[in-house]
Each structure stands twice: as C-alpha cells, then as structure tokens.
Design a protein around this ligand. Structure first.
Ligand SMILES: NCc1[nH]cc(CCC(=O)O)c1CC(=O)O
Length: 307
C-alpha cells in the first residue's frame, strides 16, 4: 500500500477537482515530492446533492463543506480544499482556515448569447443566478430584468444557458479560468457595481487547529497577501452574518503594507444598499474588516435583513 504524506478532501465537481489538483501540484513542488504523495479523497456534500432548490431555500449554511469537515474532524483526511467563497463564516470547533493560495481574478463575468453586455439585454430579459448577491446587483443596475434561480455546477449552468432556459448568467471569472472556459465570457462586470462575494477567487485550506504537522507542511504554499485580504473580508462577515438570505459583498486588496476594503450589504431586490470603504495598515486587516462591518450594522435600518 502506498504511504501518503497527506490526505486531501474535496468535493467532486470539476472546479473542486481542479482546485484540489492545484494544491496537490503546489505542495509537491514546494516539498520536492511526487504529487501522488498527496492523496485526493472526493467527498459528496449536501450541496452537491441538492439540485432542485437554491441553497438559500435549502436553508443551511455550509452545505458544500459539512461532510468534508466531518471527515476532517474524524481524521480520515488531513486537510480540506475549498473555494473560500463557499466556506461558512463560523467553522466547527477545532477547525481553522490555515492556508490560502494566490488569488485568481475576483471579478464576475457576464455570459450571454443574447447581448454584448448587461446594459444591452432587452427589457424584461431573464437572468439566471442562484446568488442573492448577484440578483441584487443585477436588479440595482437593471430593475426591469427578471432574475430566476439557476443551479448546478458551472458546466451545468452553461448548458442551461445554451439551451435557452435563461438569457444570461453571471459567473465568477476565477472558476471559468480554472476550468479553461474563459472563452464563454461575454463581458467582465465592473467591480464598483459588482463587488464580489467574500472570498471569491481564493482557494482556502482548512485543517484541524491542533494538527501542527499538516499546518507546517502547508505553510510553504501560503500566499500572505491573499491571507491578509481574506482575514479582513471574513472579519467583515463575522460582524454582519445573520442569515444566508442576506446579500453581502466585499473585497480587500493589498498594496505593499496597505490594505483597502470595501464592503456592501444589499436588499434582495436591489432597491437599497449600504457600503463602507476603509483602508489602513495590512497588519490591521482583521480590525478593518470588523470596523467596516460594525459601521454598516450601525447604519442598517430595522428589518433590512430578511430572515
Ligand atoms: N458557489 C459556487 C462557486 N464557488 C466558487 C466559485 C467560483 C470560483 C471562486 O470564486 O473561487 C463558484 C462558481 C461561481 O460563482 O461562478
């Protein structure tokens, strides 16, 4: 039997497998070992099984991570590879995010066979997305459009778009790049109107908090800039996260010793939003994220959150 150095847990979607393989390759290169020393264990999650409802409707957080975290706690895997965006705000006791890979492009892409841009979609056109953040941002820009749920992995959504189920969709450019499907992109959406989801474009690695052997081995592939940005963005989430039915967006960018963060909370129908922009020293990443969250929380009108 082959002795594996480390066992990696991941979902089985094509995007998740690409991300796992990237971690495997970086670990192998960083330690001068063969990639096969890092075993990839595919774990099916609740989120993968639910195809008929949006995740918000399914009512749970962490639907893409639950079974993987159970394997981590049970010790059948040493670490889990996630899209940061899919990692819930609060982790189970004893687990932590230990490592971040260099971030991909954080922008959302507009994909449509019908129009060259969101602005030129015909009035009343149908945009498919299961993301409440994208729904709110689309309706803010184009209140005349109709937004309907579009579920499934990236390939499934592209097929539904091709089949004419919807006129357009929005997808993370990061995922399309990793799948080598950036060819489908019609236009890139501007960051000022389409602030991404917290963590978009970043691969995060979760470990047991007390597993110093694994954490040490992973430290060689950590990207400090992405770690600082994600620390800030996730601190923002900890302050605001009340419900997964709340559209929240945020992005931290690092420039040398400086960090700049913009965070936003929107109404689902796009009719209202609150944003805060803060910058400071990157050492204060966590405090800056928390402060931005606190400022928005303070300004929130009662019943802004739909629970
Ligand atoms: N919720 C699905 C999901 N999780 C991460 C990505 C894209 C890759 C990333 O943001 O790192 C996607 C697909 C999408 O939003 O288009």
């Amino acid at each position: 039997m082959t002795q594996h150095l480390l066992r990696l847990g991941t979902r089985g979607s094509p995007l998740a497998l690409r991300q796992a393989e990237e971690v495997q390759a970086r670990l192998a290169a960083a330690h001068g070992i063969d990639p096969s020393a890092v075993a990839i264990e595919v774990i099916r999650t609740t989120g993968d099984r639910i195809q008929d409802r949006t995740l918000a409707e399914a009512g749970g957080k962490g639907l893409f991570t639950k079974e993987i975290e159970e394997a981590l706690i049970a010790g059948t895997i040493d670490f889990a590879v996630h899209s940061s965006k899919d990692v819930p705000t609060f982790l189970p006791d004893g687990l932590q995010l230990s490592t971040y890979l260099p971030r991909e492009d954080v922008r959302d892409a507009f994909v449509s066979p019908r129009a060259a841009s969101l602005a030129t979609l015909p009035p009343g056109a149908v945009v498919g997305t299961a993301s409440l953040r994208r729904q709110a941002q689309v309706l803010r820009a184009r209140p005349d459009l109709r937004v309907v749920p579009l579920r499934g992995n990236v390939q499934t959504r592209l097929r539904k778009l091709e089949d004419g189920a919807v006129d357009a969709t929005l997808l993370a450019l990061a995922g399309l790049n990793r799948l080598k499907r950036a060819d489908v992109v019609t236009a890139l959406l501007p960051l000022d109107q389409f602030l991404p989801a917290i963590g978009q474009g970043a691969i995060a690695i979760e470990t047991r908090a007390n597993d110093s052997r694994t954490i040490d081995l992973l430290s060689r592939i950590n990207d400090p800039d992405t770690e600082a940005a994600l620390t800030c963005e996730r601190a923002f989430l900890t302050v605001l996260d009340g419900s997964c039915r709340t559209p929240i967006a945020g992005l931290a960018t690092i420039d040398g010793n400086r960090i700049e963060f913009t965070g936003e909370v929107l109404r689902e129908d796009g009719s209202e939003h609150l944003a805060e922009k803060l910058s400071g020293n990157r050492q204060d990443a966590e405090a800056i994220g928390r402060e931005a969250g606190a400022r928005i929380k303070q300004r929130l009108p009662a019943n802004f959150f739909k629970t």
